[in-house]
Write a protein that binds this ligand. Structure first.
Ligand SMILES: Cc1cc2nc3c(=O)[nH]c(=O)nc-3n(C[C@H](O)[C@H](O)[C@H](O)COP(=O)(O)O)c2cc1C
Length: 178
C-alpha cells in the first residue's frame, strides 16, 4: 500500500513543509505501508483552464504539469493532506490541484493533518465535504497543529502527544485503506 503525504501550502516561507517533513519522518519509522512525501509546490500545477472536465480526461492531460501531478497522485492508495487554513477554508492552490484531477482520487482513503490558530479544524471540515464528491473515505482521527502551542519563537516544536496522534492517524488510515 502506498500513502502520499501531501504538502498543501506553496507559499514562500511556508511552515507547511516543515510540518509535512515531521509527519513523513514519523511515517518512515513504520513498516505497514510505503510512505511518500509529495510537495505540491514542486509541480507548479496551473489554474484549471482545460475545457475537458478532469473526470472525463481518463488520466490524460494537455498540461505537462497536471500530467506530472496526476502521475504522482494516481499510484497512491491513500493520502494525508497536510493542510493550512486560509480564511476559514481550504488553501486555494491545493483545492485547484484537487480539482485538476478526477479518477485518480475516486474511492481512495484520506486523513488530515491541519494547522492554524485553531489547528486547521475549519479547513479540515471543508476538505471532508469536498472529498465526498470523489467518494473518498475520510478518517475521523485528525491531527490539529496549533500555531501557538506547537511553535516556540516561530519554530515548529510539536508538543509531546503529537507523535502518538500522528501514529493513531496512520493506524486508522492504513486499516481503512486495507
Ligand atoms: C491568506 C491567508 C489566510 C489565512 N487565514 C487563516 C485562517 O482562516 N485561520 C487560521 O488559523 N490561520 C489563517 N492564516 C494564518 C496561517 O495559519 C499561517 O499563515 C500559516 O503559516 C499558513 O500556512 P503556510 O505557512 O504553510 O502557508 C492565514 C494565512 C494566509 C496567508
Amino acid at each position: 500500500m502506498k500513502v502520499g503525504i501531501i504538502v498543501g501550502s506553496i507559499r514562500d516561507g511556508r511552515v507547511g513543509r516543515g510540518i509535512a517533513d515531521w509527519v513523513y519522518e514519523i511515517a518512515s519509522k513504520r513498516d505497514d505501508a510505503e510512505y511518500e512525501l509529495i510537495d505540491l509546490k514542486e509541480f507548479n500545477v496551473p489554474l484549471l483552464t482545460s475545457g475537458t472536465h478532469p473526470m472525463a480526461a481518463k488520466r490524460k492531460y494537455d498540461s505537462e504539469e497536471v500530467q506530472a501531478w496526476s502521475n504522482a497522485i494516481d499510484p497512491c492508495d491513500a493520502y494525508v493532506f497536510v493542510t493550512p487554513e486560509y480564511n476559514h477554508g481550504v488553501p486555494g492552490a491545493l483545492k485547484n490541484a484537487v480539482d485538476c484531477l478526477g479518477e485518480e482520487w475516486i474511492g481512495k482513503t484520506i486523513a488530515f493533518v491541519g494547522y492554524g490558530s485553531v489547528g486547521g479544524v475549519r479547513a479540515i471540515e471543508h476538505w471532508r465535504s469536498i472529498v465526498a464528491n470523489f467518494s473518498m473515505v475520510d478518517i475521523r482521527a485528525e491531527v490539529n497543529i496549533s500555531l501557538f502551542a506547537d511553535f516556540k519563537e516561530g519554530t515548529f516544536t510539536p508538543i509531546d502527544r503529537r507523535p502518538d496522534e500522528v501514529n493513531a492517524l496512520f493506524d486508522a488510515l492504513v486499516k481503512a485503506a486495507s
